[in-house]
Design a binder for this molecule. Structure first.
Ligand SMILES: [Zn+2]
Length: 453
């Protein structure tokens, strides 16, 4: 179906009563009253999980470590306890299925990851992973049959570069597999350690049409929701990212004998550039961010004028055009500062990932679910990377954010309130039910959107 036809059809749907007479009974009940997960059970799982990989400096459940293996075993047991049969695919991702009334339909996919960064917290990943398990368990316990199968997925090694979801969309490279993970093993070997088979990765790849839609619940990892006293973030997309490595070249000379007006101070130029980047990004409205996060000064000695500085810039926005525009601005600033300080700037791109844009229909299902539950919500971009950005290549996706207290994440001080976690899972549950009903009524699923704005 062409997009315009689809939109017209969607408009007709919106004008129709919510409950079509031919729909099974569970949908009519769902449409009238929002469903609830067992929030206490979900939070108890998270509390138990906190012991796995807990060290004096934080949670250390880095991919392929003993703690990661223990976490995966714990998670598979949760699935078994819920009446599901977990399956590890050749990539090492864990899946479990709640069968739908129509087995021919592609599944609705929900989940997240359980691996952590070094010295991280217990909420980044597990909230969405266990939230998805709780949603599937609730549907099963309440005997609510969806038309679509519902797959729960636990992606492996999200923190090491969205490895599991990258494999799932066929985007992994040999260079990725050769990378050494935080646990000290290569990703290639790690896949074997967690029960995958690197020689059969193709079997883990999904293509367009294989997933009806993907919804991921996650902590915000920033402070916007808390500052706005909003419970639910409806994620508009995951920002695109561009990393520059910039070499500023001047001339090393004696710090005592060289007059101030005859210097070619690469450090001074780098400092001016750092301030200029910050000013330029803040001068425009929008949520673009840029960070000079690293500097390597040469010769880095007290009594020598720095001859060279290597610095990095991390630039992110939801709009690819803005990333291009700020790239031009940074290059112009570098030329101007170089001319004023008698130094030269050379730019190298280290990383380039395009924005992954959420599907408007999936965002709508999240929003209406939050409203039906009496929860406040706001649309927002995700500044951090997530597995959802990979799945956006092949399926319509959106994410649900809940507040991070103090906006802190990737830290042992990472914390989300039990009530917010339960609310997030409630929204996920109702969004799944809405997605199932709406997509069952529409002959064509929404299209995946990535890198387009
Ligand atoms: Zn995460």
């Amino acid at each position: 179906m062409k997009r315009r036809t689809f939109l017209r059809h969607a408009g007709t749907l919106a004008a129709m009563p919510l409950v079509a007479p031919s729909w099974p009974e569970p949908f009519s009940r769902a449409a009238s009253a929002p469903l609830h997960v067992n929030g206490a059970r979900l939070n108890a799982w998270l509390t138990s999980f906190d012991a796995i990989g807990r060290t004096p400096t934080g949670i250390n459940r880095v991919a392929y470590s003993a703690a990661d293996l223990a976490g995966r075993a714990f998670t598979q047991q949760l699935l078994r306890d819920a009446g599901f049969t977990p399956r590890v695919d050749t990539a090492g991702n864990i899946y479990a299925r709640l069968e739908g009334l129509d087995r021919a339909r592609p599944p609705i996919l929900i989940g997240s990851h359980i691996d952590s960064v070094t010295d991280g917290g217990n909420f980044d990943g597990p909230v969405g992973s266990f939230g998805a398990i709780e949603v599937a368990r609730t549907l099963r316990e309440q005997n609510r049959r969806l038309r679509h199968p519902l797959d729960v997925v636990i992606w492996q090694n999200e923190e090491g570069g969205t490895t599991g979801s990258k494999i799932a969309v066929g985007e992994i490279t040999d260079a990725d597999l050769a990378k050494v993970a935080r646990s000290g093993t290569t990703i290639r070997d790690g896949i074997g350690i967690i029960g995958g088979d690197v020689s059969r990765l193709g079997e883990a790849v999904k293509k367009k049409g294989d997933i009806a839609c993907y919804i991921e619940l996650h902590i915000e990892q920033g402070g916007l929701l808390e500052q706005a006293s909003t419970t639910i973030g409806v994620v508009q997309g995951i920002v695109g990212l561009r990393w520059f490595e910039i070499t500023v070249t001047g001339f090393s000379n004696h710090a005592g004998a060289t007059p101030m007006d005859q210097r070619q101070d690469a450090m001074l130029a780098a400092a001016k550039f750092t301030v200029a980047v910050n000013d330029a990004v803040r001068a425009q409205p929008g949520r673009q961010v840029a960070t000079v996060g690293r500097m390597v000064v040469s010769p880095n000695t007290t009594n020598v004028i720095p001859g060279q500085v290597l610095l990095t810039v991390d630039l992110r926005d939801l709009d690819q055009q803005k990333i291009e525009q700020f790239t031009t601005v940074f290059e112009r600033l570098a030329r101007e500062i170089g001319a004023a300080t008698n130094t030269t700037f050379s730019f190298k791109r280290l990383t380039d990932s395009r924005p992954a844009i959420s599907d408007p229909r999936v965002m709508g299902w999240i929003e209406t679910s939050a409203t039906a539950l009496g929860l406040s919500s706001q649309r927002m971009p995700s500044g951090a990377g997530h597995d959802a950005q990979e799945i956006a290549h092949i399926a319509p996706m959106a994410m649900i954010f809940i507040p991070s207290v103090g906006g802190i994440s990737h830290s042992p001080r990472e914390f989300s309130r039990a009530a917010d976690i339960a609310h997030g899972a409630d929204v996920l549950l109702n969004a799944v039910v809405a997605a199932d009903a709406q997509m069952a009524a529409s002959p064509t699923a929404p299209t995946s959107r990535t890198g387009r704005l």
